[in-house]
Design a protein. Structure first.
Length: 759
């Protein structure tokens, strides 16, 4: 089959090139417009408990699903002063009159009586904008809102989920251009050092670039129909440049090898596709298996990355099997034209001597390499996770600057509480004595829980303790509110017991947190909202028995974070099992060996464990912060370990496939295990380490982008691939295969008869 593909690509080379050129131009046009149609977010799902609770709040309390926070700050003015409040009110009046889609309310310290909306130092104040609209339309309005709240008197920062994702979208597009402009020149230089000629070095860049451009263009078409995440764009580009250039590198290297042994151009193209093309097909299949594992996770963000990564691998394999053979057929011996470095590009005897050295001392080499990998993997035991947010952005972006002020000058636990909704049947009036007693007992139970800093509700009022006192208090508040103009009632009694400011705050609290048959209690955890302790507290509240005749719903940042992390890691074991089993079956078909697939899965797992350890050491514990330009948060983003596993497992399997297929070729000819191992390493050692260097360059360039998750993915991929190519493939694998001997190639006869042949 692969030989036939090679013959077709050679005979129809002009047609193949024309089709690819047209697809490249169309893809390039779509890629420029892609950032504008991708979505932020993708970290929630409608059927999760926290989103169901959010739905109850929206339907029965009129609380919108999307919120923005506007931070007003000044170095000179007091946030409680007249001039500060006048400037803030003027800006918010413009927002209220701008006909923003879904805007249903603006809450400030003045309108709500909430002291927590003013900073501890009195220099900042917050306005919370609530929208009865999904995230995307609000995200589209962020530039307009930022213009509306600008005032010459105060500094303003718009932050919140929609603003964060808007900034992520803009920064991601800029990062992509920066990474591409930095990566390609360095990749060309590395390829020049490998091949020595400009023409040969250019071919992998053309092949990889075409695959990425067509993927992004196709992604643009899909994003106009389906919601797809902005994070998929950078992930697809990183993977595409890495595997696309790698696959083309293997093809060009094998083609030059066939020319060197005297093959004609047509024969060289056919042999290249038959051998290297076959290995690339199975290598791409292994990468696809890893990426498709992400489809188990029911979140738009992860499925978008799975789709984008799978598409770019598919087009990279297609490019290697059709575009590259067509270009090689046109060029022929001119692939060695325009020599820059005087390097023959041929394999030397170094790798044979190296494999001989390793196989003479397999036990020391195996122990030393395993020990090194375990040392690198050790920090992974301290792994802590959180969810993507403003901390993923560089410190200069507006939403991140606003978030930093919130964390520094306000109480984030109060601003992002656990929102506990109590619903009941029967008398719907929340101020009825029986309902007040039920709410009071429930509020007291919440306040008494470990890890709770405070509870805000209509039944947790300072100086009002019993159900009888609550009933009197709210009867006074609501009866005074019902008085008509000129009917002041018992003013002296009112002023003595409540005061006008407290009355206004109480009425605002009642309006925000109660409705027919429903009441909201805001629980401020002692820990930060996205922390493990806050997540566990939200789960404990959700799992506790509800009051008699009532139902408890739990929303808020801690609950949403718990749902996201829980869903990710309840799916992760199944993803691992799927990837390991299917990859093992692919290698079983390719290598026709019972033990080599198991060995490949094991050593790949070791390189991934080392990548996890390095990511924890760098991004969780903060080493190399200055060099990489980020600020550690004490955890890594929850989806990162899964992304690294699914992407690195497949990519590092590339080298195993290329190495073992050459060893198997020799084994079928000689049936000499040591000679086969030496031959495979001799023929692929230089090209594998060169391909790994390309991936390290590509992935390493993403380590200097602005989004923390992209940095971490780049570092994880670069570390895993570098370790894989320099330690595992050239030390651990030859040593292990020397110890296994002829068992490397053992396959039970009954299984051999049943397995299909894919030669």
């Amino acid at each position: 089959m692969f030989a036939a593909i090679g013959r077709y690509a050679y005979r129809r080379r002009k047609v193949v090139l024309a089709v690819w050129a047209a697809a490249f131009v169309a893809g390039l046009a779509g890629s420029f417009a892609l950032p504008g149609v991708l979505k932020g977010g993708g970290f929630t799902r409608p059927d999760s408990p926290s989103q169901q609770a959010q739905g109850v709040m929206r339907e029965r309390l009129g609380v919108g699903p999307t919120h923005l926070t506007v931070v007003f700050a000044s170095d000179e003015l007091d946030a409680r002063g007249r001039e500060f409040r006048a400037a803030q009110e003027e800006a918010l009046t413009l927002v209220a009159g701008a006909d923003l889609p879904g805007l249903i309310g603006i809450e400030t310290a003045v309108s709500s009586g909430r002291s927590d909306l003013t900073s501890r130092d009195g220099r900042s104040s917050l306005a919370v904008l609530s929208f009865n609209a999904k995230l995307e339309p609000v995200q589209d309005e962020i530039p307009r809102i930022r213009e509306l709240v600008r005032t010459p008197v105060l500094r303003t920062y718009v932050t919140g989920e929609a603003a964060v994702y808007r900034d992520v979208e803009e920064v991601s597009a800029r990062d992509l251009r920066t990474a591409e402009s930095a990566t390609l020149p360095v990749a060309v230089l590395v390829l020049l050092l490998i091949f020595g000629t400009l023409v040969a070095a250019a071919l992998p860049v053309v092949g990889g670039g075409a695959a990425v451009a067509i993927t992004l263009g196709t992604f643009y078409l899909l994003a106009r129909v389906f919601d797809l995440s902005i994070f998929a764009m950078n992930a697809a580009t990183l993977l595409g440049l890495a595997v696309g250039i790698d696959y083309a590198l293997f093809m060009v290297g094998r083609f030059r090898e066939e020319l060197d042994v005297g093959c004609g151009v047509a024969r060289a193209v056919e042999e290249t596709v038959r051998t290297a093309g076959r290995a690339i097909f199975f290598s791409g299949l292994a990468v696809l298996v890893g990426l498709l594992g992400l489809m188990w996770i029911p979140y738009m963000s992860m499925r978008s990355i799975a789709l984008g990564g799978s598409m770019v691998v598919f087009f990279s394999v297609l490019s290697a099997l059709t575009l590259l053979p067509a270009m090689l057929g046109v060029l022929g011996p001119r692939v060695n034209a325009l020599r820059v470095f005087w390097s023959s590009g041929r394999e030397g005897g170094f790798w044979r001597r190296w494999s001989t050295w390793v196989m003479r001392r397999p036990w020391p080499v195996l122990f030393a390499t395993v020990a090194l990998v375990l040392v690198l993997a050790w920090p992974a035991l301290r792994l802590e996770v959180d969810v993507p947010g403003a901390t993923s952005l560089p410190a200069s972006t507006e939403s991140r600057r606003g978030y930093d002020i919130l964390v520094r000058d306000f109480d984030p636990s109060v601003l992002s509480p656990i929102e506990v909704v109590l619903t009941w049947e029967g008398d719907p009036d929340p101020l009825a004595p029986a309902n007040l007693e039920r709410l009071r007992a429930f509020g007291a139970e919440l306040e008494g829980r470990d890890g709770v800093a405070g509870v805000t509700s209509i039944v947790t009022l300072p100086g009002v303790d019993t159900a009888e006192e609550l009933s009197v208090y709210w009867r006074m508040v609501t009866s005074e509110a019902a008085l008509g103009e000129g009917d002041t009632g018992d003013v002296s009694l009112w002023e003595g017991m409540l005061g006008d400011q407290r009355r206004k705050a109480s009425l605002a609290l009642l309006e925000r947190t109660t409705g027919d048959g429903v009441a909201l209690l805001r629980v401020a955890p002692e820990a930060t909202p996205a922390s493990a302790a806050a997540r566990e507290l939200s789960t404990a509240i959700r799992d506790a028995p509800p009051p008699p005749g009532a139902r408890v719903w739990v929303a808020g940042v801690p609950a949403g974070t718990h749902d996201y992390v829980h869903t990710l890691y309840s799916s992760f074991p199944w993803i691992v099992l799927f990837v390991l089993v299917v990859t093992g079956l692919v290698l079983l078909l390719l290598l026709r060996s019972a033990l080599l697939p198991l060995k490949a899965v094991l050593v790949n797992s070791l390189s991934i464990a080392a990548a996890f350890g390095v990511m924890v050491w760098v991004f969780q514990e903060g080493h190399l912060e200055g060099l990489l330009g980020f600020q550690a948060s004490g955890a890594i983003e929850a989806d990162l370990p899964i992304l690294v596993f699914c992407s690195v497992f497949g990519i590092s399997m590339d080298y195993e496939v290329f190495l073992l297929t050459r060893m198997r070729e020799s084994w079928l000819e000689t049936h000499d295990n040591q000679a086969s191992v030496a031959h495979g390493l001799e023929k692929t050692g230089r090209i594998v380490t060169s391909a790994a260097l390309i991936i390290v360059v590509v992935a390493g360039s993403f380590a200097f982008t602005s989004i923390v998750i992209t940095k971490a993915l780049g570092v994880g991929l670069a570390v895993a691939v570098a370790l894989d190519a320099t330690v595992i493939r050239v030390l651990m694998v030859p040593a292990a295969m020397r110890l296994l001997g002829r068992w490397n190639w053992w396959l039970p006869e009954w299984l051999d008869r049943r397995l299909p042949h894919v030669e």
